[in-house]
Structures are given as C-alpha cells and as structure tokens.
Design a protein around this ligand. Structure first.
Ligand code: SAH
Length: 234
C-alpha cells in the first residue's frame, strides 16, 4: 500500500467513526423531539445543512499541499472547545437526558428569533465557502498556490465565515434551552474570535504583504469597511 493511501486510510477511519456516532446521536435526538422542542428541531436541520455545505469543500481541499500551518496549543484548544460546544454537547443533550439538570425556559418569540437567524447564518456560511473555494481550511493554513480572495462576500468583509458562526453561536442558546448544550458556545466562540483572528491576520499579512494591507484598508472584519467607526475596529 502506498504511503498516501495509508495516510488517507488512517485519517478516514476516525472520520468515519465520528460520522457514524454523529448519525446515531442525530437519530436519537429525532426520537426525543417531543422533549427537545421545536427550536431544537430547527437547530438539528441547520446542523445537517452546515455539514452538507462544508463536506464537499473538506473532501476536495484534503488534496491541498500546506506550506504554512499555525497549529499551536491555543489553536488546538480553541478548535476542541468549538467542536464540543457547537457539535458534540448539543447532540449529546438532544439525544440523551444527560444535561437536563441545566435546562432553562424561554418564551416562544425568543426561539423564533433563533430560528429566523438561521437564514442569514446559512446564507453567509454557504457564500463564504463558495467564495474561498480551495483556499478554505478549518485550521490556520496557507496552501501551495494560495490566492488572496478579495471578491464576492470577501470584497466587503474579511471574516464572513466567522460572522456566520457568530450568528449561529448567538442563536444556539435561543434554540437549545440548556446552559451546557446551548449557551456554552458563546464564550467558546468569543475566545476563538479574540485569539484566532489576530493570528490569522498576521499569517495572511506575512504571506500577502502589501496586498493584504491594501485589502484591510478597504474592508472591515465583520462589517463592511465603508461603515465609519465600526468597520476596522470590529
Ligand atoms: N476568516 C475567514 C476565513 C476562515 S477559514 C472568514 O471568516 O471568512 C480560515 C482560512 O481561510 C485561513 O487559514 C486562511 O488561510 C484562509 N483565508 C482567510 N481569509 C482569506 C482570504 N481573504 N483569501 C484567501 N484565504 C483566506
């Protein structure tokens, strides 16, 4: 067996086990839909949609040759915290009564706000993956032949994918009424935002130099740069 085949088998085994476990939790969660409430059903639908949006990009971009990767302890901790807070804990909570002790109640209109937020979330999530294309990676990486994307949604803001995740993180506690499975994602993503974005921007600056600086001059992080006082600071 070639080295590449062995490597791809070794990376695909844990991925397959994770996929099967996630599917089992998803089915169990659907069986408990009466206990979980309609907000949780919306969350589950959006969860499946995010996987459908991301999967083709994950599979295709596995062939990328990485020339610079910033995988320090902080980055690994942040990714683990996000995996727990945004995927594993909500799925576990919806599939089992494990965290029922940490439930809270919200009025229907609040759940409705969470449901409505799924529309801008999924649109931004889809658009940013489509615009980044081969240059997308879940970790902080620069690939061989990396192009600086400044068109599409990236022509207006520098971090549309993180903007999408912000919307999703703020909506999650409105859909899943539980301190552990719903609310924990807010501090987890806040940590990711404040610690990772400066590091990502330093990486992009060292790869693209003046081109990156000019791009930053005409865009904001989360809000179009043309909005005075908000753009560059956010
Ligand atoms: N921060 C961006 C992208 C998140 S994905 C957003 O929120 O939309 C993270 C990877 O995207 C980084 O490792 C970096 O290599 C890549 N990236 C970020 N901005 C980019 C851009 N404008 N052009 C090309 N690649 C970019």
């Amino acid at each position: 067996m070639s080295k590449a085949n062995r490597r791809s088998m070794m990376t695909s085994l844990p991925a397959m086990a994770t996929a099967i476990a996630a599917l089992a939790l998803l089915l169990l969660a659907l069986l408990r839909r009466q206990d979980n409430g309609w907000g949780a059903l919306i969350w589950l639908g959006a969860f499946v949609a995010t996987i459908a949006i991301r999967l083709p990009h994950s599979l295709r971009n596995r062939a990328n040759v990485v020339v610079d990767a910033r995988k320090d302890v902080t980055e690994k901790l942040l990714l683990t915290a996000m995996f727990l807070a945004m995927m594993l804990l909500p799925l576990l909570h919806l599939a089992t009564p494990l965290f029922a002790f940490a439930d809270y109640r919200l009025p229907d209109w609040a759940t409705g706000v969470g449901a409505a937020l799924q529309i801008p979330f999924l649109w931004l999530f889809w658009r940013s993956h489509a615009d980044l294309g081969r240059n997308w990676s879940p970790g902080l990486e620069v690939r061989d032949g990396h192009a600086l994307v400044t068109n599409g949604i990236y022509g207006r803001i520098r971090h549309p994918m993180y903007a999408a995740i912000w919307i999703s993180a703020l909506a999650q506690p409105l859909l899943i009424h539980n301190w552990i499975a719903g609310a924990l994602v807010v501090p987890a993503f806040a940590a990711m935002w404040f610690l990772r974005v400066p590091q990502e921007e330093r990486m992009m600056a060292s790869r693209f130099g003046a081109e990156w600086d000019a791009y930053c001059g005409r865009t904001g992080r989360l809000w179009p740069g043309s909005a005075p006082m908000i753009g560059p600071q956010l």
